[in-house]
Design a protein around this ligand. Structure first.
Ligand SMILES: C[S@@+](CC[C@H](N)C(=O)[O-])C[C@H]1O[C@@H](n2cnc3c(N)ncnc32)[C@H](O)[C@@H]1O
Length: 401
């Protein structure tokens, strides 16, 4: 090996300083307080099995635990996502904070932010995760952080009320214990999954309800235990799947699979395809029968389904028909135009409904942060208006500016 082949060995302190600079440049960190927390905590010591280069990479997670199928059930979250959520949380000195979903490093950041007059409790459903977090916290000098093994669905009543609850697994609902465990002006920052897409939402308490202040695209391992998602999935054929968590959707797998063998209907919106994550959220919440369509690369290569479905795309599902978003290049603008592909006997009507939504978003709501989420605990109304999502313990209602 020549000297130029030798991998550079980086000092963790240098890696940490450069991570903080990059977090600022990439808008993960926007305040000096959060920057100081990231500069202080020796992140690599919470990821003993990973190299410091990986631990300090802004966008990489570090695996902590896999289930029997090899799926990750616990990871050290990526630094950029942690920074975004800590900024959303606006953590102040002396706060009493509960973290649901543990690992150690995020609890250490929280401790840096609340200081010695505040307190941090970190709960995880998995004893192995807590054992590692406890060890790392003690070794890195954060023995003041309290760690608890429990299903976070029930909060940690011993220690409530909390000024802030920060959830670091993808939640499907907001259980009553979280709202009951908040102070009157408390905040919950939670990655909430709706029909297969997740946003980290900062909610403020508004009486018994919650109202959002900000939201941001997020990816997390799913919540386990009592609060696990109620989702339905249908494999239409090898490499094509539909998932939904909406009670209004009938997943008739044979009929929908048959629809894919019928000719394609296309509609073009004339509207620009941009701000894809915001458009995706708008569609997911405003399609009257929403599901998420996934297609494997081989299916896309065969031409059956468009590339938009490779990472999952909001779909409008009828009993025997389906419509989903696509895009094409717009030579005049150099960008893309959004459009719809539909199959099945109701293809025309589904495509019309879908394309109307694409136009409505482009004309009225096309900007970042246009949605306001409200969580209303209690039973759902008998008919759910569009923009409303039913959950086990309440309803998520989303309004668009
Ligand atoms: C992304 S990891 C947490 C990352 C961590 N906060 C960090 O510092 O990087 C998500 C964790 O949530 C935990 N979890 C999943 N369901 C849970 C539940 N119902 N209650 C508490 N913890 C849960 C998992 O065991 C996993 O360790």
């Amino acid at each position: 090996m020549t000297s130029t082949d030798t991998p550079a060995v980086h000092d963790p302190d240098e890696l940490r300083a450069s991570m903080v600079r990059a977090l600022r440049e990439q808008d993960g960190v926007t305040t000096d307080r959060v920057a100081a927390a990231f500069a202080m905590v020796p992140r690599h010591r919470f990821a003993p099995a990973a190299s410091p280069e990986v631990a300090y990479n802004l966008h990489r997670t570090v695996p902590v635990k896999l289930d029997q199928r090899g799926q990750e059930t616990s990871v050290m979250s990526a630094a950029h996502l942690q920074a975004v959520m800590l900024e959303q949380a606006e953590v102040q000195a002396s706060m009493n904070v509960l973290e649901i979903g543990s690992g150690g490093v995020n609890a250490a950041y929280l401790y840096e932010l609340v200081g010695s007059t505040g307190s941090v409790t970190s709960v995880d459903i998995d004893r192995d995760v807590i054992d590692q977090a406890r060890r790392c916290l003690d070794e890195a000098g954060y023995s003041q952080v309290r760690t608890v093994v429990a299903d976070g669905e029930n909060g940690v009543p011993d220690g409530a009320p909390y000024d802030l609850i920060i959830v670091t697994a993808a939640a499907w609902d907001i259980p009553p214990a979280w709202i009951a465990g908040l102070t009157e002006k408390g905040r919950i920052v939670v990655p909430l999954t709706i029909c297969g897409t997740t946003r980290s939402i900062a909610f403020d308490r508004d009486g018994e309800e919650l109202v959002s202040r900000s939201y941001s695209l997020a990816h997390f391992v799913p919540m386990q235990g009592e609060g696990a998602a109620e989702e339905r999935k249908g494999m239409l054929r090898d490499g094509v799947a539909l998932q939904t968590d909406d009670v209004r959707v009938t997943l008739d797998v044979p009929a929908l699979n048959h629809a894919l063998d019928t000719p394609k209907t296309e509609r073009w919106s004339g509207a620009a395809y941009d701000l894809p994550d915001e458009l995706e959220l708008f569609l997911t919440l405003n399609l009257p029968h929403p599901a998420r369509l996934h297609a494997a690369p081989s299916i896309v290569d065969s031409g059956l389904i468009e590339a938009s479905a490779l990472k999952g795309v909001p779909a409008l599902v009828g009993r025997d028909s389906i419509a989903y978003r696509t895009r094409r290049e717009n030579e005049e603008t150099g960008g893309f135009e959004s459009g719809v592909v539909a199959h099945g006997p109701q293809a025309d009507s589904l495509a019309d409904q879908y394309v109307d939504l694409l136009r409505s978003w482009a004309q009225k709501h096309r900007r970042r942060g246009a949605a306001t989420f409200r969580y209303r605990p209690g039973p759902a109304p008998t008919s759910l208006p569009t923009g409303t999502v039913m959950r086990r313990h309440g309803v998520v209602a989303v309004a668009w500016d």
